[in-house]
Design a protein around this ligand. Structure first.
Ligand code: SF4
Ligand code: SF4
Length: 282
């Protein structure tokens, strides 16, 4: 059986989505509603309201007889007009690809890439597709990474777990109430999965976005680093501390403050004082 997923875009070469040069696949749809999301157009699947069709300057969008919005990839000039007008946090520029079709696009970059990262949206909404895609990657010795909010229990998906080399996981907030206010979801599963992945040496990186008005970054960084310290001999998990920036966010959050460099440096020192050896500020 072949599995499909809605593919938002494929970046052929990236050096910031895991180690080395990688192809990155972004899937559409997310189970969270992060207030600071920089790609809110990846959250929802298109409901075919048609509001964006008339705004396309290239004739790449049209409605068919059944009322479905059709997207012509070859005609698109990637002006983003459709994304700017969509009122549903969606995009019409989605291709429904099988794992094999996705892999055929990845394969073109061999031998210039070390591996593949799948991101989103929330890529783990499509575990069967991921398992098939990563199995194909492993057959050609490509390293496989998931970029996830940590909600999927990978251990309950052995077909995916076995072909996943590593996970990059967001710890958005340590306090469950803060996490819920930020994302609409608690964080119990995320923290459990983080530890379980660290225990088996598959946790590649954790990330926290520092948005001072909404996230208690000091507590989140301290507690996350403290929780991971006992496992760092199994794999040297990297902590990426990311400054909130307003570019791309929904307008109601665009006036939120960007943390200043001394505060970020303080958070980095805090993580290191708890045992993290590699901390990256961006
Ligand atoms: S990004 Fe593509 S589909 Fe969207 S409006 Fe521009 S040309 Fe049309
Ligand atoms: S992308 Fe947005 S505006 Fe366009 S048809 Fe889909 S839901 Fe409507």
């Amino acid at each position: 059986m072949t599995h499909r997923a809605p593919v938002n875009r494929i970046i052929r070469f990236s050096s910031v989505d895991g180690p080395g040069n990688r192809t990155v696949v972004f899937l559409q749809g997310c189970n969270y509603n992060c207030r600071y999301c920089h790609n809110p157009e990846t959250r929802a699947l298109c409901c075919h309201c048609g509001d964006c069709v008339a705004h396309c300057p290239a004739g790449a969008l049209k409605k068919d007889a059944d009322g479905h919005v059709l997207y012509a990839y070859e005609a698109c000039v990637f002006c983003d007009a459709c994304i700017r007008v969509c009122p549903h946090d969606a995009s019409p520029r989605i291709r429904s690809l099988t794992a094999k079709e996705t892999f055929e696009e990845i394969e073109k970059q061999i031998p210039y890439i070390r591996g593949v990262t799948v991101s989103g949206g929330e890529c783990t909404l499509y575990p069967s597709y991921l398992a098939e895609l990563f199995r194909l990657c492993k057959e050609l010795s490509l390293e496989t990474l998931l970029d996830t909010n940590g909600t999927l229990d990978l251990f309950s998906r052995p077909a995916l777990f076995d072909v996943t080399d590593g996970v990059m996981l967001d710890v958005k907030a340590w306090d469950a109430r803060v996490h819920r206010a930020l994302t609409d979801h608690g964080n119990g599963d995320v923290l459990r999965h983080m530890i379980a992945l660290a225990e088996c040496g598959k946790l590649h990186e954790v990330r926290t976005v520092v948005m001072p008005e909404m996230v208690d970054a000091e507590r989140t960084v301290r507690q996350t680093a403290r929780a991971l310290a006992p496992y760092l001999h199994l794999y040297p998990v990297r902590y990426k501390i990311i400054a909130f920036r307003p570019a791309g966010v929904r307008k109601e959050y665009a006036s939120f403050a960007t943390p200043d460099p001394p505060y970020l440096a303080y958070l980095s020192d805090l993580a290191k004082s708890e045992g993290m050896r590699e901390v990256i500020l961006i």
